[in-house]
Write a protein that binds this ligand. Structure first.
Ligand SMILES: C[S@@+](CC[C@H](N)C(=O)[O-])C[C@H]1O[C@@H](n2cnc3c(N)ncnc32)[C@H](O)[C@@H]1O
Length: 211
Protein backbone atom coordinates (compact mmCIF):
# COMPACT_ATOMS: atom_id res chain seq x y z
CA UNK A 1 0.00 0.00 0.00
CA UNK A 2 1.31 3.43 -0.97
CA UNK A 3 1.73 5.53 2.17
CA UNK A 4 -0.23 8.74 1.64
CA UNK A 5 1.15 10.31 4.82
CA UNK A 6 4.90 10.79 5.28
CA UNK A 7 6.29 8.00 7.53
CA UNK A 8 7.97 10.46 9.94
CA UNK A 9 4.74 12.46 10.27
CA UNK A 10 2.83 9.24 10.95
CA UNK A 11 5.35 8.23 13.65
CA UNK A 12 5.00 11.68 15.22
CA UNK A 13 1.20 11.35 15.22
CA UNK A 14 1.45 7.89 16.81
CA UNK A 15 3.81 9.22 19.51
CA UNK A 16 1.43 12.05 20.39
CA UNK A 17 -1.75 9.90 20.37
CA UNK A 18 -3.07 7.72 23.19
CA UNK A 19 -0.79 4.69 23.43
CA UNK A 20 -2.10 1.27 22.49
CA UNK A 21 -1.74 -1.74 24.81
CA UNK A 22 0.30 -4.95 25.02
CA UNK A 23 -2.47 -7.08 23.50
CA UNK A 24 -2.77 -4.86 20.41
CA UNK A 25 1.04 -4.93 20.05
CA UNK A 26 0.87 -8.73 20.17
CA UNK A 27 -1.90 -8.73 17.52
CA UNK A 28 0.44 -6.75 15.25
CA UNK A 29 3.43 -9.04 15.93
CA UNK A 30 1.50 -12.29 15.40
CA UNK A 31 -0.33 -10.94 12.34
CA UNK A 32 2.99 -9.92 10.78
CA UNK A 33 4.50 -13.33 11.53
CA UNK A 34 1.48 -15.49 10.69
CA UNK A 35 -0.53 -13.95 7.84
CA UNK A 36 0.12 -13.11 4.19
CA UNK A 37 -1.30 -9.57 4.21
CA UNK A 38 -0.43 -7.93 7.56
CA UNK A 39 -0.85 -4.51 5.92
CA UNK A 40 -4.63 -5.10 6.20
CA UNK A 41 -4.34 -4.22 9.92
CA UNK A 42 -5.76 -0.77 10.52
CA UNK A 43 -2.84 0.16 12.84
CA UNK A 44 -2.45 2.40 15.88
CA UNK A 45 -3.66 5.79 14.55
CA UNK A 46 -6.83 4.42 12.98
CA UNK A 47 -7.35 2.05 15.91
CA UNK A 48 -7.26 4.89 18.43
CA UNK A 49 -9.50 6.91 16.09
CA UNK A 50 -12.08 4.07 15.99
CA UNK A 51 -12.10 3.78 19.78
CA UNK A 52 -12.59 7.53 20.11
CA UNK A 53 -15.40 7.55 17.51
CA UNK A 54 -17.29 4.89 19.51
CA UNK A 55 -16.90 6.99 22.65
CA UNK A 56 -17.81 10.27 20.90
CA UNK A 57 -20.96 8.83 19.33
CA UNK A 58 -21.83 7.21 22.69
CA UNK A 59 -22.29 3.98 20.76
CA UNK A 60 -23.74 0.89 22.46
CA UNK A 61 -24.18 -1.30 19.35
CA UNK A 62 -21.46 -1.37 16.70
CA UNK A 63 -21.12 -3.41 13.49
CA UNK A 64 -17.81 -4.16 11.78
CA UNK A 65 -17.48 -5.70 8.31
CA UNK A 66 -14.03 -7.33 8.01
CA UNK A 67 -12.51 -8.62 11.28
CA UNK A 68 -9.17 -9.96 9.98
CA UNK A 69 -7.14 -10.81 13.13
CA UNK A 70 -9.14 -8.49 15.38
CA UNK A 71 -7.11 -5.28 15.72
CA UNK A 72 -9.91 -2.88 14.77
CA UNK A 73 -12.54 -5.00 16.59
CA UNK A 74 -10.54 -4.80 19.84
CA UNK A 75 -10.11 -1.04 19.33
CA UNK A 76 -13.86 -0.53 18.73
CA UNK A 77 -14.76 -2.75 21.71
CA UNK A 78 -12.45 -0.74 23.97
CA UNK A 79 -14.60 2.34 23.36
CA UNK A 80 -17.87 0.57 24.22
CA UNK A 81 -19.47 0.58 27.68
CA UNK A 82 -19.43 -2.70 29.65
CA UNK A 83 -22.86 -3.71 28.29
CA UNK A 84 -22.05 -2.59 24.72
CA UNK A 85 -22.02 -4.99 21.75
CA UNK A 86 -19.75 -5.28 18.74
CA UNK A 87 -20.83 -7.57 15.89
CA UNK A 88 -17.92 -8.29 13.55
CA UNK A 89 -18.13 -10.24 10.26
CA UNK A 90 -15.36 -12.50 8.92
CA UNK A 91 -15.20 -15.20 6.24
CA UNK A 92 -11.68 -16.65 6.44
CA UNK A 93 -11.27 -19.58 8.93
CA UNK A 94 -7.64 -18.72 9.74
CA UNK A 95 -8.49 -15.08 10.47
CA UNK A 96 -11.49 -16.21 12.57
CA UNK A 97 -9.31 -18.53 14.63
CA UNK A 98 -6.62 -15.89 15.26
CA UNK A 99 -9.19 -13.20 16.12
CA UNK A 100 -10.99 -15.50 18.56
CA UNK A 101 -7.70 -16.18 20.35
CA UNK A 102 -7.07 -12.45 20.82
CA UNK A 103 -10.68 -11.73 21.87
CA UNK A 104 -10.38 -14.43 24.56
CA UNK A 105 -7.39 -12.58 26.03
CA UNK A 106 -9.08 -9.16 26.09
CA UNK A 107 -11.02 -7.67 29.00
CA UNK A 108 -13.35 -6.33 26.26
CA UNK A 109 -13.71 -9.69 24.49
CA UNK A 110 -17.11 -10.47 26.03
CA UNK A 111 -18.59 -7.50 24.13
CA UNK A 112 -17.56 -9.01 20.76
CA UNK A 113 -19.75 -11.36 18.69
CA UNK A 114 -17.95 -12.80 15.69
CA UNK A 115 -20.33 -13.55 12.80
CA UNK A 116 -18.73 -16.23 10.62
CA UNK A 117 -19.44 -16.40 6.89
CA UNK A 118 -20.16 -13.92 4.11
CA UNK A 119 -20.81 -10.49 5.60
CA UNK A 120 -23.81 -9.79 3.34
CA UNK A 121 -25.50 -12.96 4.70
CA UNK A 122 -24.64 -12.08 8.32
CA UNK A 123 -25.94 -8.51 7.95
CA UNK A 124 -29.35 -9.87 6.84
CA UNK A 125 -29.70 -11.61 10.24
CA UNK A 126 -29.12 -8.42 12.25
CA UNK A 127 -31.77 -6.17 13.74
CA UNK A 128 -31.63 -2.37 14.01
CA UNK A 129 -30.58 -0.09 15.59
CA UNK A 130 -26.82 0.25 15.29
CA UNK A 131 -24.98 3.42 16.38
CA UNK A 132 -21.81 2.95 14.34
CA UNK A 133 -20.68 0.77 11.42
CA UNK A 134 -17.09 0.24 10.25
CA UNK A 135 -16.76 -1.10 6.68
CA UNK A 136 -13.37 -2.72 5.95
CA UNK A 137 -13.77 -5.97 3.95
CA UNK A 138 -13.74 -6.96 0.25
CA UNK A 139 -13.78 -3.82 -1.88
CA UNK A 140 -16.02 -5.15 -4.68
CA UNK A 141 -18.89 -5.31 -2.19
CA UNK A 142 -18.35 -1.82 -0.73
CA UNK A 143 -21.44 -0.32 -2.46
CA UNK A 144 -23.51 -3.34 -1.33
CA UNK A 145 -22.31 -3.08 2.28
CA UNK A 146 -23.18 0.62 2.37
CA UNK A 147 -26.75 0.03 1.19
CA UNK A 148 -27.20 -3.07 3.40
CA UNK A 149 -26.21 -1.31 6.63
CA UNK A 150 -28.05 1.97 6.05
CA UNK A 151 -31.47 0.63 7.22
CA UNK A 152 -29.82 -0.78 10.38
CA UNK A 153 -28.28 2.55 11.35
CA UNK A 154 -30.15 4.92 13.68
CA UNK A 155 -30.60 8.56 12.75
CA UNK A 156 -27.46 10.38 13.92
CA UNK A 157 -25.48 7.14 13.66
CA UNK A 158 -22.12 6.98 11.88
CA UNK A 159 -20.65 4.84 9.10
CA UNK A 160 -16.85 4.81 8.73
CA UNK A 161 -15.58 3.35 5.45
CA UNK A 162 -11.89 2.45 5.25
CA UNK A 163 -9.50 2.64 2.26
CA UNK A 164 -11.64 5.07 0.25
CA UNK A 165 -8.52 6.70 -1.27
CA UNK A 166 -7.17 3.23 -2.15
CA UNK A 167 -3.53 4.37 -2.28
CA UNK A 168 -4.57 7.14 -4.70
CA UNK A 169 -6.01 4.70 -7.27
CA UNK A 170 -9.42 6.42 -7.04
CA UNK A 171 -7.92 9.11 -9.30
CA UNK A 172 -7.24 6.60 -12.09
CA UNK A 173 -9.38 3.49 -11.48
CA UNK A 174 -8.52 0.36 -13.47
CA UNK A 175 -9.46 -2.83 -11.61
CA UNK A 176 -12.85 -4.03 -10.36
CA UNK A 177 -11.85 -3.07 -6.78
CA UNK A 178 -10.79 0.43 -7.90
CA UNK A 179 -14.13 0.98 -9.66
CA UNK A 180 -16.16 -0.33 -6.70
CA UNK A 181 -14.52 2.18 -4.36
CA UNK A 182 -15.03 5.03 -6.83
CA UNK A 183 -18.69 3.98 -7.22
CA UNK A 184 -19.23 4.05 -3.46
CA UNK A 185 -17.47 7.41 -3.05
CA UNK A 186 -19.72 8.89 -5.76
CA UNK A 187 -22.81 7.37 -4.14
CA UNK A 188 -21.91 8.86 -0.74
CA UNK A 189 -20.98 12.24 -2.26
CA UNK A 190 -24.52 12.61 -3.67
CA UNK A 191 -26.44 10.78 -0.93
CA UNK A 192 -29.10 13.10 0.52
CA UNK A 193 -29.61 10.74 3.49
CA UNK A 194 -26.23 11.63 5.02
CA UNK A 195 -23.74 14.30 6.06
CA UNK A 196 -20.23 13.29 4.97
CA UNK A 197 -16.56 14.18 4.95
CA UNK A 198 -13.74 12.19 3.35
CA UNK A 199 -10.80 12.24 5.78
CA UNK A 200 -7.32 11.69 4.31
CA UNK A 201 -6.29 9.63 7.37
CA UNK A 202 -4.03 6.73 6.40
CA UNK A 203 -5.65 5.23 3.23
CA UNK A 204 -8.71 7.49 3.49
CA UNK A 205 -11.74 7.15 5.77
CA UNK A 206 -15.22 8.27 4.66
CA UNK A 207 -16.97 9.67 7.75
CA UNK A 208 -20.71 9.47 7.09
CA UNK A 209 -23.50 10.56 9.46
CA UNK A 210 -27.09 9.48 8.83
CA UNK A 211 -29.53 12.41 8.99
C1 LIG B 1 -8.84 -5.33 5.41
S1 LIG B 1 -9.17 -6.79 6.29
C2 LIG B 1 -9.92 -6.18 7.78
C3 LIG B 1 -8.92 -5.52 8.69
C4 LIG B 1 -9.45 -5.26 10.08
N1 LIG B 1 -10.64 -4.41 10.05
C5 LIG B 1 -8.37 -4.58 10.89
O1 LIG B 1 -8.26 -3.36 10.84
O2 LIG B 1 -7.59 -5.29 11.55
C6 LIG B 1 -10.55 -7.45 5.41
C7 LIG B 1 -11.07 -8.78 5.98
O3 LIG B 1 -12.35 -9.03 5.38
C8 LIG B 1 -12.47 -10.42 5.18
N2 LIG B 1 -13.47 -10.65 4.12
C9 LIG B 1 -13.30 -10.57 2.79
N3 LIG B 1 -14.45 -10.80 2.15
C10 LIG B 1 -15.38 -11.02 3.10
C11 LIG B 1 -16.78 -11.33 3.07
N4 LIG B 1 -17.45 -11.43 1.90
N5 LIG B 1 -17.42 -11.48 4.24
C12 LIG B 1 -16.76 -11.37 5.43
N6 LIG B 1 -15.44 -11.09 5.51
C13 LIG B 1 -14.75 -10.92 4.37
C14 LIG B 1 -11.06 -10.88 4.82
O4 LIG B 1 -10.90 -12.26 5.06
C15 LIG B 1 -10.21 -9.99 5.72
O5 LIG B 1 -9.90 -10.66 6.92
Amino acid sequence: MLTLVDRKIEDYAIAKSEPTNDLLKDVVAKTQAGTDLPQMLCGPIEGRFLKMMVQTVGARRVLEIGTFTGYSALSLAEGLPADGELYTCELDPKHISMAKGFFARSEHGSKIKLLEGKALDSIKQLKAPFDLVFIDADKTNYPNYYEAVMPLLRSGGVILVDNVLWSGKVLDPKTEDDHAIVKLNERIASDERVDRVLLPIRDGIFFVRKR
